[in-house]
Structure formats: C-alpha cells, structure tokens
Design a protein around this ligand. Structure first.
Ligand code: GDP
Length: 461
C-alpha cells in the first residue's frame, strides 16, 4: 500500500466538495438552491438533507434520486455536495480560504433573459482570480415566450421539444451568454458539447421555477467535482479543522458568534481556535458548536442544536468568548498537534496574503470583509487607480484625515463598499470637501469614481 493510500484510509476518503452559488442579484441563486432542497424533500429523503449554518449538505443518494439516471451513485466516491448559501448579494466575495477559493467549484447563475450584469462580471473576476472551476446555470428558461414545460426530461431534449420560436429565442440568449464568457477569456459551450470541463465552461439551461435542467445541473456538478477532487484534493478529514468565517453575528444567549464553513479537518467543543481579527488574531476556546434545529422553520424558542464535533466540509456556528473583533472572510484554525504560536503565525500569514499594495498617494478604501477588500483592490489595480489605505470597517474620522492629505483632488476620495459612514466622518468629509462614494457593487463603485475623475479633468481643461 502506498503512502497516499494510508492517508486516504486514515482520512476516510474524499470530503464533500464545497459548491458556491454566485450571480447577479435576482438572477435566481436562492430559488435554485430552494429547488434543490425542495426536490430533495419530495424525493422522500427529507431527513437526509441537512441544513448547516451558511450551507446545505445534499448527500449522494439524494442527488442521485433527483437526477435519476443522470447520476449513478456507483460512479462516484463523493459523499455528496455542500452548497454554500450566499445570502445577501455580496457575501460571495468573502468566500476565500488558504490558497484561494473556499469553494471547490461554483455555479454562476445568469438570468437567461437578462444576460451578464455587474455582479456577474464581479463573480467572474473572483472565479478567475481564485481559479475556481465553474459552470453556468442559464436560469429562468421557463420565461422564454412560448415555453412548453417538459418536466422529467433532460434539458437538451426539452429544448428540442420547444416550438421553433421559443427554441430560437432561447438559443439566441444562450449564445449571448456563451459569447460573454468568451469575451471574458473562457471557452464555453452548451454543457452536452463540453467534453472536458477543465478550462471549458459548460452552460446548463435551467429553471428554478419548474425544476427543468436541475437534474442536469447536479449531474454536471458531480462530474466536475469528482474529476476535480480526484486530481487535486487529498484531504484528511480527521485532522485539526480549518475554516473560513462567513459572518460575525450576535446571537441571543451566546454573545458574538461566528458562522464558519469548515473546509478541512474537524472541530470539537472545547477545542482551542485561532481566528483572524481586526488586530492580532484571537485565541479562544470553543464553548459550543451549533447547528440549526432540524425543523428550524418552525418557530421554536431554541433555534440551535448543540453538536460535539463537526467534520469537513460543513457549515457551523461557533460560540466562544472574545470574538468581537473577528473578521468575515478570515481564517479559523483549530489548535491540535501544534503549538498555539505556530497556528497564530499561520493565521497571520494567511491574512497577510491579502494585504494590499498601497501608494503614497491614492484613494482610501473601506470594505465590509477581507474578501471584498481584496476584490476591490484587484479591480482598482486593474483600473490603475492607486490606493493609500485599504481596510475592513466603517468609514471613521481618521479615514477622512488620511483622504484629506492627498495632494491631488481626485484622490481626496473614500470608496466605501457595503459599510456604514460614521456620522462624525460624514460631517468631516463634507467640511473638508472629501468625496465619499458608497455602493455595494464593486463595478459601480469604481465606475462612479471614474466618472468623477473624468468630470474633474473636463472641468480643468
Ligand atoms: P437571487 O437574488 O439571485 O437569490 O434571486 P432569487 O432566487 O431571489 O430570484 C429572484 C426572482 O426571480 C424571484 O422572484 C424568483 O421567484 C424569480 N425566479 C428565480 N428563478 C426563476 C425561474 O427559473 N423562473 C422564473 N419564472 N422565475 C424565477
């Protein structure tokens, strides 16, 4: 037996792939996930599907039930898929982990009638930067005029069964999406024509409303993850846990808690953990690990259930003392078989990876999470806009002070992404004539700033 076989035995095989669902607001991310969950319930495996914090685990048997003959469980070594819920419209940018993306694979949801929109492009940038393999769900095919639903039919046949007019219209929209992907440097095609999904993007027409195409989508996701996990992943699911903070949240009775996606190893109650924070990493002991109650939708006093141990990949809420300064997007590491100092160093190194190159003169950037800060810094770098300060957090008076020392008017600017502007800071900004740009779409934020610079330059001429 080779070394790697031994590791495999100790680790209990491949871990569940983490799937992120990304896309522009209203293109159907939530509906698509709801459809997958709902289909799992109607397939009679409601008990098998588990709600995690920030994630939904769908076991292989359930996927196979939904996908029918498209997924034969005997062909797969994967336990299932863990879909990360990305509530709100920005949290996908927090989905990072050691070495890149938290998600192993992603589904980019595009409204087939609406095509590529700012957040679609933002998602594409993140997927590119983190080299995350992905597929495109061309959603809302049922809204095509003249659409004739074909439930329980593979989507390719559904398309063929449409009237000429509906088929033509849909094909035109689908080819526009393929064209957009190609403009963004990807070779893409309808999924049944894509042989090797590495570097080639498969487009799967779906309807989160009727469920058409959902079996196809799951089958393609399974095929893609199986290939990807086999090639690139040898994960020991019994080691000390590593995870990423999705959200830092107050929870009545528990104080400040962390919603975490664990992507490696295990975490147990009483474990010591190191968490990336605003200043020095936090070292604390896990007081409780929480999961939603099985019937969380029924209003109960007790919303959470305590668990003793969680293994990757999974979402979990961590209750522990001293979590106030923890950062969304930051790493969480369990200390086991290693000194606390060594783990602190690892967490610091991981946080340093996203430190932004700053110039002597430039704009001030404030963002809600490390991931979004990183994404904005990247976009600004691409647009050749220098940054003087980039930080996570609300816009405070000291940011105004930094912005006002810029010696070029066009840099006396603060770009605020998804954060609040403290009242004092807003007053000072107005007194000192500092421009504040606030948005929750990166592209728009940068566009607004560029429009302002253009206007300034026109005025100067
Ligand atoms: P999200 O913001 O990306 O999570 O989008 P939602 O899932 O909230 O969907 C936005 C709207 O589009 C909702 O009103 C959904 O009911 C609707 N919607 C989503 N998917 C479909 C679909 O496949 N067909 C139709 N007809 N409507 C859809």
């Amino acid at each position: 037996m080779s070394d790697s076989d031994t590791t495999m035995d100790a680790g209990g095989g491949l871990r569940t792939p983490i799937v992120a669902v990304l896309g522009h607001v209203d293109h159907g991310k939530t509906s698509l996930l709801d459809k997958v969950r709902g289909s799992a319930v109607t397939s009679g495996e409601a008990g098998a599907i588990t709600q995690h914090i920030g994630a939904t685990a769908v076991p292989l048997e359930t996927i196979s039930d939904i996908a029918g003959r498209l997924v034969d469980p005997d062909d797969f070594d994967l336990p299932g898929l863990l879909f990360i819920d990305t509530p709100g419209h920005h949290s996908f940018s927090t989905l990072r982990s050691r070495g890149g993306a938290l998600a192993d694979i992603a589904v980019l949801v595009v409204d087939v009638n609406d095509g590529f929109q700012p957040q679609t492009l933002e998602a594409i940038d993140i997927l590119k930067r983190t080299q995350t393999p992905f597929i495109v769900a061309a959603n809302k095919v049922d809204t095509t005029p003249g659409w004739n639903p074909q439930p329980d039919t593979p989507i390719q046949q559904s398309l063929e069964a449409q009237s000429d007019r509906a088929e033509q219209r849909l094909n035109q929209n689908l080819y526009e999406i393929i064209g957009e992907l190609s403009d963004n440097g990807f070779s893409a095609d309808m999924y049944w024509r894509v042989q090797n999904f590495r570097g080639n993007i498969g487009v799967v027409p779906v309807s989160a409303e009727t469920g058409e195409g959902v079996p196809d989508l799951l089958a393609v996701l399974m095929g893609l993850s199986q290939r990807y996990m086999k090639e690139d992943m040898s994960i020991d699911t019994t080691g000390p846990g590593s995870g990423t903070v999705l959200e830092v949240k107050e929870e009545r009775g528990f104080g400040t808690t962390l919603d975490v996606v664990l992507y490696d190893g295990t975490i147990r109650t009483d474990d010591t953990v190191v968490v990336g924070a605003k200043n020095d990493p936090i070292v604390t002991d896990v007081r409780a690990l929480l999961q939603p109650q099985p019937l969380a939708e029924i209003r109960t006093e007790k919303r959470f259930e305590k668990v003793d141990e969680v293994s990757a990949a999974a979402g979990v809420k961590i209750a522990a003392p001293d979590l106030d300064d923890a950062l969304a997007g930051a790493p969480v590491r369990v200390v086991r078989n290693q000194s606390v100092e060594a783990v602190i160093e690892e967490v610091e190194a991981e946080l340093a990876e996203i430190e932004v190159d700053t110039a002597e003169n430039g704009v001030v950037v404030k963002a809600d999470t490390l991931g979004s800060l990183e994404a904005i810094a990247d976009a600004l770098d691409e647009a050749e806009i220098p940054i003087v300060r980039a930080e996570v957090g609300d816009v405070a008076p000291r940011d105004i002070a930094v912005a006002s020392t810029a010696d070029e008017t066009k840099h006396e600017v603060i770009l605020a992404f998804n954060v609040d502007v403290l009242p004092d800071a807003r007053r000072e900004a107005s007194d000192r004539n500092i421009r504040l740009f606030e948005d929750d779409v990166i592209y728009q934020l940068i566009d607004e700033y560029e429009a302002f610079v253009d206007e300034m330059e026109r005025e100067q001429q």
